[in-house]
Design a protein around this ligand. Structure first.
Ligand SMILES: CC(C)(COP(=O)(O)OP(=O)(O)OC[C@H]1O[C@@H](n2cnc3c(N)ncnc32)[C@H](O)[C@@H]1OP(=O)(O)O)[C@@H](O)C(=O)NCCC(=O)NCCS
Length: 277
């Protein structure tokens, strides 16, 4: 997605969005009180919002009501095995330094990276819970927040013992707010579930704190790859299964709301049929 300055956003916006207008847009899209919604977002896609990220979160919480649960990714890819870093890679001689010195994951401190200002602002709000995974944590607020964030397994962090699997079990929804399926993290759950020839298990690592000190923990993970997620999303929308997707605008952002299990189940089948080499 092309990055836009706030000045450019102001110039393209006719009427600024407010908490009230965003709540109405979300309701029109199909966000209902009591839902569990995992949101992936881009603030700049929404046009100028009066109150920015804080207003978007307030609108989401109002649309969901007190019985609803709002969930966002809070991933922190700096806390990963440095030999796998790509953007940018770092010299091999730095790897041991990073493993030895990277500060341990602290749910109250570790910032998110590449999740956007809405997710980062949500992470810092009082009453928001964050799961314990050093790399792929999720934040949640609402009645199902502790169920979704508890017991996040270190190994296979986007798999069966992850917040994604809990959202699946609880019939939660995914809301893509101004972004497309390339960032639809729930497809990683499908990668864990699907069987395909190129699937690889790798050794991951991350700095974690134990009761006594900090250590570099190692654990197994699926070698995840989101490079075909946009294609999966397009196929999903074209398929019979895609009729469950509600499309509409929130502010100026093109949005999609869908039951998470439908997109995960579709992606499992797609990966098994298409990831062959
Ligand atoms: C990477 C990504 C976050 C970038 O989106 P973005 O809109 O450029 O960035 P943010 O959502 O952080 O919004 C900040 C931008 O909003 C704009 N902005 C600032 N104030 C604003 C306001 N009041 N109203 C609207 N836009 C505003 C600015 O352009 C700002 O960018 P700047 O800080 O560089 O000036 C987005 O493309 C994305 O991928 N989101 C999904 C992330 C995700 O869930 N990933 C999971 C994958 S596993």
């Amino acid at each position: 997605m092309q990055e836009m300055s706030e000045k450019e956003i102001v110039e393209k916006t006719k009427v600024p969005a407010t908490i009230e207008s965003l709540r109405a847009d979300l309701r029109a899209l199909g966000v209902k009180p009591g839902m569990i919604v995992l949101v992936h977002s881009s603030l700049s896609a929404m046009g100028w919002v009066c109150g920015g990220a804080v207003a978007v979160i307030a609108a989401l919480q109002e649309a969901l009501g007190p019985a609803g649960t709002l969930v966002m990714p809070a991933h922190s890819p700096d806390l990963t095995e440095p030999s796998g870093w790509e953007s940018p890679p770092v010299p091999k001689s730095w790897w041991p330094v990073i493993r030895e010195n990277m500060p341990a994951y602290n749910p109250a401190l570790t910032p998110t990276r590449s999740m956007g200002i809405i997710a980062e602002t949500f992470r810092k709000q009082r009453s928001v819970l964050r799961s314990a995974h050093p790399q792929v944590s999720f934040c949640a607020c609402g009645p199902q927040a502790s169920r979704i964030t508890n017991n996040h397994s270190l190994a296979f962090g986007l798999g069966e013992h992850s917040p994604l699997a809990k959202i699946y079990d609880l019939h939660g929804f995914v809301l893509l707010l101004g972004i497309d399926h390339g960032n639809n993290t729930s497809m990683h759950l499908a990668e864990h579930r699907a069987t395909f020839p190129t699937k690889r298990i790798i050794q991951q690592g991350a700095p974690v704190s134990t009761s006594a000190s900090r250590c570099w923990a190692t654990f197994e993970d699926v070698d995840i790859d989101s490079s075909d997620f946009d294609r999966i999303g397009k196929s999903f929308l074209r398929s019979d299964a895609g009729h469950v997707v509600r499309r509409g605008r929130v502010g100026m952002a093109d949005c999609q709301l869908m039951p998470q299990r439908n997109v995960v189940d579709f992606a499992v089948g797609w990966l098994e049929a298409n990831r062959s080499n």
